[in-house]
Design a protein around this ligand. Sequence first.
Ligand SMILES: C[S@@+](CC[C@H](N)C(=O)[O-])C[C@H]1O[C@@H](n2cnc3c(N)ncnc32)[C@H](O)[C@@H]1O
Length: 280
Amino acid sequence: MSALIALGNDAREDLALEELLRLTRRNRFLPIPPQERNFVGDGDFLAIGCEFLRHFVELGGLRPQHRVIEIGCGLGRMALPLTQFLEPPAGRYSGFDVVAEGIAWARENIASRYENFDFRHLDFRNQLYNPQGNLGADTGALPFEAARADFILMTSVVTHLDALDTAFYLRESARLLRPQGRLFVTAFVLDAVNRQLVSQRKSRPAFELGDGPAHFSDRAHPMAAVAFDFDWLLATAAAAGLHLARPVAFGHWSGRQAENFQDICVFSRSIAPGREATSQ
Ligand SMILES: C[S@@+](CC[C@H](N)C(=O)[O-])C[C@H]1O[C@@H](n2cnc3c(N)ncnc32)[C@H](O)[C@@H]1O
């Protein structure tokens, strides 16, 4: 059991976010996957999760009592610091991913210790991560109740999806969010500035700019890194019933000056006037 949990709910509420993050980063009781099982990226697993927890709170408005759904949770890199932030019973987390081994690890090491956390494997196809998957964007709805989530997150997932899958998750997020809920997405977004930087070969990853809306860094492995036209992303979100809740926090992948790597988009549900009461 973590030192933070021993402090109890009230004490945790009183801790400023900085202190919570500082303690979480130093918490040696939190499980970290061994290098050979980690397929979600290089870097310090716990420090990256903590950096995103700060973004979830500061940019996305995440609160300890929120119900969270994570799309493409991998091994629980984002879930791990959330175990120290979400307060049960209201604060709850459900994550899913297409890689069964990642879900197995997260269940064994995270869900087994935190009963307000659960992880499931959904067999969606992805050319890179799950080429034999038997579900696709046309297969049906995600197995979560409509209008119950306060916060949905997708970190480094849209950067590995095609346009059909991205549109599917935007539609599903709009269905799953409560009226005041937020969708937090990281992506490589091609607005006019990023498009120019990419054309000047200043971005890492580099992208071949084609017809869009998706653009790939490696034609042989298109899902390795995908960028989307900003206009398409906004129009697809709008068609799903979502709009930007705040300006995009552009990242430094494109060559812009920024702290975060990928671009961060926070969406809200667009509720037709007068519909709030019935959509709860
Ligand atoms: C770079 S990893 C990021 C994992 C996690 N979001 C994180 O930040 O630690 C990309 C993740 O997207 C997942 N993924 C790929 N296609 C998916 C799909 N169609 N639906 C859900 N997850 C998917 C992969 O299995 C992988 O775990």
